[in-house]
Design a protein around this ligand. Sequence first.
Ligand code: FDA
Length: 567
Amino acid sequence: SSEFTYDYIVVGGGTGGLVVANRLSEQETTSVLVIEAGGSVYNNINVTDTGGYGNAFGTTIDWAYQTTDQEYAAGKPQIVRAGKALGGTSTINGMVYLRAQTAQIDAWEAIGNKGWNWNSLFPYYRKGEDFQGIHYSWLEGSGVAYDPADHGYTGPLKVGWSSTQLNDGLAQQLNATYQNMVPPVPYNKDPNGGQMVGYALYPKTVDSIKNIREDAARAYYYPYQNRTNLHVWLNTNANRLTWKDGDAATADGVEVTLANGTTIVVKASREVIVAAGALKSPVLLELSGIGNPDILSKYGIQTKVNLSTVGENLQDQMNNGLVYDSMISYSKSADYVAYPSVNQLFTNASAIGAQLYAKLPAYAAQVASANGNITKASNIERFFKIQWHLIFKSHIPVAEILLEPSGNTYDTEYWGSVPFSRGNVHIQSADPTAAASIDPKYFMLDFDLHAQIEAARFIRKLFKTEPFAGMAGDETSPGLSAVAANAGDEGWASFIKNNYRSNFHPISTVAMMPKEVGGVVDTSLKVYGTSNVRVVDASVMPFQVCGHLQSTVYAVAERAADIIKVE
Ligand code: FDA
């Protein structure tokens, strides 16, 4: 027995978790506890400063998860960052607010998640949003634009542009440049309506007036903290779920270690909602006895639910950059994105498509063999064909190109949007404080490298196209002496593999899919084999999205709350 009982316990007060906690606690008779390993960062300048991206890295609010040595990428480990604070990763992320292409969310339904498609998710993107518009004097001339129908105006999460937005004509010059590229990259007024291909200025999770970061806690918790039925325990680590006596896998609480070091059990009378992030939620399930019996037994954990695919299907993207001198000095910055489709990224898209299609069975076999056939090659091949179709037939963006002017430089970041490589995350100990084994298998499949190389070439082409070419100076990284102007794939491969980082977009480790094809949660986000354990965070997304993850995590969590409320 425990002195604490709540209707719902939410494990992880991050991006997804705080949405669910907020919405469930709208019902006054429902009690909700949020367990969060980190503390409050409400007044942390590394969080609130909209120009401070990166300042929180390596501080106490960064989990800084380390991967295994990446055998397909120079043999080195990577750091995958994630926020350890009330608000989770939304407190340290790049604040980019970009959703997905319609066909990508429709693909969730195509793999068997009935009812999960763009049309059913779109209202939830809008439900969470408090779009602040562009009617501020400081945005005059900045080039920002939007389609009113694509946004929500009554949700908790502020989205928009802040007073640091550059308005000196660069947006217009870039647009002219993209139109001059061969083939041209069309202007996209609003990439948040489900059509992402093109060049756009994207909004961020910022408070436009105060010019501070908007994160999950600032949006979904602090304005509601006086609710007596909503409690948050900070600096409290969830160790494992506890189970009701009997055969059914019904969770009845969570074992936690409090800030003072005491370990206690807090009871849940209805459900436990796991929202610890894609690199932690599967770990918590395993520590609780949900997973692959071969892994659990190694660490003396009794299997409660035999579900071998927990922790599999890990998908991330790889991030590289090119840096150029600029002829102009910038004291403000702005956010410009280009989303090329295959026809804009590859010179011979149909040939590349045909080659890739022929390789999919081998890719699927390689993924299955790498995880001991826990995920089946036949299922993976089907998913890969759907992914191929998205890229070559639905023409989703196949890469993302970001341009960031600052001081006397133009920084760029780029990544292939939908890598095929699949890795995994698993416990290496029964100790809940021990690090898990995280293996994204970056660059395992050669298309992923190919897309990364073509994205780099695309950037070089952009910087050679007028009028922007006249505003930019030399390429300082990698520079033509490191990667020659006419470098072949080999020349690019070594730069890319030695200099990439995680794009910090891990997903799919607790995938929403039918159980028979390797899923871990069903369409109500309930873990198979349990009666009352759900997962609501980036872990459940079955496929990578173009755009960035947070908007889709917020939308999925909004929908999850509605699903939970009617049960
Ligand atoms: P999230 O990490 O938000 O929440 C998990 C919570 O659980 C955390 O608060 C954590 O402390 C807590 N927790 C974990 N284990 C626990 C335990 N055992 N006990 C108690 N609590 C525990 N996306 C985007 O859309 N635009 C962007 O610009 C960027 N940029 C970006 C930059 C960086 C550096 C990173 C790391 C990530 C991004 N992203 C991003 C990605 C995006 O921010 C991210 O995918 C989502 O915020 C993830 O939300 P979740 O709810 O899945 O996990």
